[in-house]
Design a protein around this ligand. Structure first.
Ligand SMILES: Cc1cc2nc3c(=O)[nH]c(=O)nc-3n(C[C@H](O)[C@H](O)[C@H](O)COP(=O)(O)OP(=O)(O)OC[C@H]3O[C@@H](n4cnc5c(N)ncnc54)[C@H](O)[C@@H]3O)c2cc1C
Length: 131
């Protein structure tokens, strides 16, 4: 969310070509629209899984779906945001690279993407494919 907000606000102040903010370009807006859509879906998934936990109905596959999806989209948002900031996307003055590096580690330590995939696969097929 911080990467998205950084990119959104940056796109309004960064001017290129004819003194227009980069936010006025369709391809820039597409990235922002994709990010806010995926962030909103991820928040709804987290809320839903939290409610299942409160109701005592949670299963391991729910957790895997939540972690796999939300870490994946967070990393994707960080990469899109870095792209929207151009050269500044890799500079310490902005938070994006720090989030990207953190998220690369979260993708492993929240359980690897492979194993979450296999947990979901086993839940929907009844067949374990870990070997
Ligand atoms: C900093 C850090 C903090 C962590 N904190 C926690 C914690 O608080 N709680 C917790 O429970 N765990 C934690 N972990 C463990 C983490 O969630 C992973 O389970 C663990 O790192 C995976 O083991 P490994 O690093 O030995 O990788 P490996 O098991 O060697 O896996 C390497 C690669 O092979 C893939 N792979 C391995 N086996 C299979 C298979 N059968 N099928 C398909 N692909 C496979 C993996 O997905 C991965 O891509 C942490 C890990 C780190 C690095």
């Amino acid at each position: 969310m911080d990467c998205y907000e950084t990119a959104r606000s940056y796109s309004l102040v960064r001017k290129q070509f004819d003194d227009k903010p980069i936010a006025s370009h369709q391809l820039v807006q597409e990235k922002l629209a994709d990010m806010i859509t995926e962030i909103t879906k991820a928040q709804l998934l987290a809320l839903h899984v939290g409610r299942l936990k409160d109701q005592g109905k949670i299963e391991p596959a729910h957790i895997s779906m939540l972690k796999r999806n939300n870490v994946g989209i967070a990393l994707d948002c960080a990469r899109k945001s870095r792209d929207l900031l151009g050269g500044n996307g890799i500079m310490d003055e902005y938070p994006i690279m720090r989030h990207m590096c953190n998220l690369e580690t979260v993708k492993t330590y929240e359980g690897t993407d492979h194993i979450h995939t296999l947990v979901i696969g086993e839940r929907v097929t009844g067949v374990a494919a870990y070997k």
